[in-house]
Design a protein around this ligand. Structure first.
Ligand code: PMV
Length: 335
């Protein structure tokens, strides 16, 4: 981690309280972006080129426990993590930002995901959000969520939004020092909004979103129009949520996701996360809509498809997609 990141964390922690507990706990939901974060204006501080908007997945997410040890040790879903893997390296590098000279230098991180790791279901988002919450608990910082969202952002941009339940937005911000790029909840409950997860594969994706994003920004001619387009989608989605205008909401989210994938396919070399089954399912969703069923889709940097629909259409959607896992994001239980 760079000196700039260390300074950034130090500034945020100036307003933190200080306690020292033996263990810390954090729980965070995964989130699915409806207006995607795609492209950085500063890769050191993980500052985005556009604001993004998401929905958190209720009980689907990550649960993390942390304590100090002489050296780092990670356990993911009950299995020790080989310290030479990219996963362990990324985690250790992030934790470097939070080691304190007067305490044991390592961390034991025990983390459980209720979503497949790296299958495009944003497990890094809930993972880094839960980790930051666990650190906050361990060190007794007692920081507000907006500040924690800025720390989580350094681990994974989308993690900033996983500090919140329901709809959340992550503001692009204007400042070079990153202090105005935080996430916050959109204070509304859309009780009959449903998400359907069609897991086509849980295999690890060949190109991570970080690398895919960078390649697209640097080489895709189509990317030039993305930030302005995303800014418009962000505003339209916020208004559609406010007015419970489901058709505008769904159409905007779907078009935003498909445009993001179109920018990648024009990168050099092209990047295509879709599997043949992904295209088949997109065709099916669009066909059902043509037949009058209000169902829309979104897809992150992976092949899996997420459906967006309303509770009143659950039976029709379930009949069309029997393998669907349905999530009620405003249900009573949260991660
Ligand atoms: O948070 P990252 O660096 O893994 O990037 C996430 C990118 C997308 O999932 C494709 C979009 C988003 O806003 O979550």
């Amino acid at each position: 981690m760079s000196e700039i990141q260390h300074q950034f964390v130090k500034k945020i922690l100036t307003v933190a309280s200080h306690g020292a507990y033996e263990k810390g706990y954090g729980v965070a939901p995964s989130n699915i972006a409806l207006c995607k974060y795609w492209g950085k204006r500063d890769s050191n501080l993980n500052l985005p080129l556009n604001s993004s908007l998401s929905i958190s997945l209720g009980t689907k997410g990550t649960r993390t426990q942390i304590r100090r040890l002489p050296s780092d040790q990670f356990i993911l879903n009950g299995e020790p993590v080989d310290p030479t893997t990219p996963f362990a390296h990324r985690l250790s590098t992030f934790l470097d930002l939070f080691r304190e000279p007067c305490r044991a230098p390592g961390f034991e991180v025990i983390t459980e995901n209720t979503i497949p790791t790296a299958a495009g279901l944003a497990s890094s988002a809930s993972g880094y959000a839960a980790l930051v919450l666990a650190l906050n608990d361990l060190a007794g910082w007692d920081l507000p969520r907006q500040l924690l969202s800025m720390l989580a952002r350094l681990g994974s941009g989308s993690a900033s939004r996983s500090l919140f339940n329901g709809f959340a937005c992550w503001h692009r911000g204007e400042r070079d020092d990153g202090r105005d790029s935080f996430a916050e909840a959109i204070d509304t409950k859309w009780s009959d909004f449903r998400i359907g997860i069609l897991t086509l594969t849980d295999a690890e994706k060949p190109v991570g979103s970080r690398a895919g994003m960078q390649r697209t920004v640097e080489t895709s001619p189509r990317y030039a129009d993305w930030p302005a387009r995303a800014a418009i989608d962000f505003g339209v989605l916020k208004r559609a949520i406010k007015h419970r205008d489901f058709e505008t909401f769904g159409a905007t989210a779907e078009a935003n996701a498909l445009e993001m994938h179109a920018t990648m396919r024009e990168a050099i070399p092209p990047l295509d996360y879709f599997l043949p089954q992904t295209r088949t399912q997109i065709g099916r969703v669009q066909q059902l809509r043509a037949e009058g069923l209000p169902v829309y889709l979104t897809i992150d940097a992976g092949p899996n498809v997420k459906l967006l629909f309303q509770a009143a259409n659950t039976t029709e959607v379930e009949n069309a997609f029997p393998a669907l896992e349905i999530i009620d994001p405003f249900g009573t239980s949260h991660a």
